[in-house]
Design a binder for this molecule. Structure first.
Ligand SMILES: [Zn+2]
Length: 74
């Protein structure tokens, strides 16, 4: 569904960085597909956004955005 507001394990607010992570990751994937060397990897994006603990990283990395698919069936 939508990204949880806080990390389930430690309680840090993670929803605020999700949109930026998604945008920068799409940019990374575009650059990799075109065969060029990316300026930043997803690891460096998470480091830059201040998501240090692995419990918080898994919240963002493992999230699957299904809201648009389930919204018509409310
Ligand atoms: Zn956490």
């Amino acid at each position: 569904m939508i990204i949880p507001v806080r990390c389930f394990s430690c309680g840090k607010v993670v929803s605020q960085v999700y949109e930026e992570f998604k945008v920068r990751c799409e940019e990374y994937q575009k650059v990799v597909k075109s065969g060029e060397k990316p300026t930043e990897t997803p690891k460096e994006i998470l480091d830059d956004l201040g998501v240090d603990r692995y419990c918080c990283r898994r919240m963002i990395i493992s999230h699957v955005d299904l809201l648009q698919e389930s919204a018509p069936y409310e």
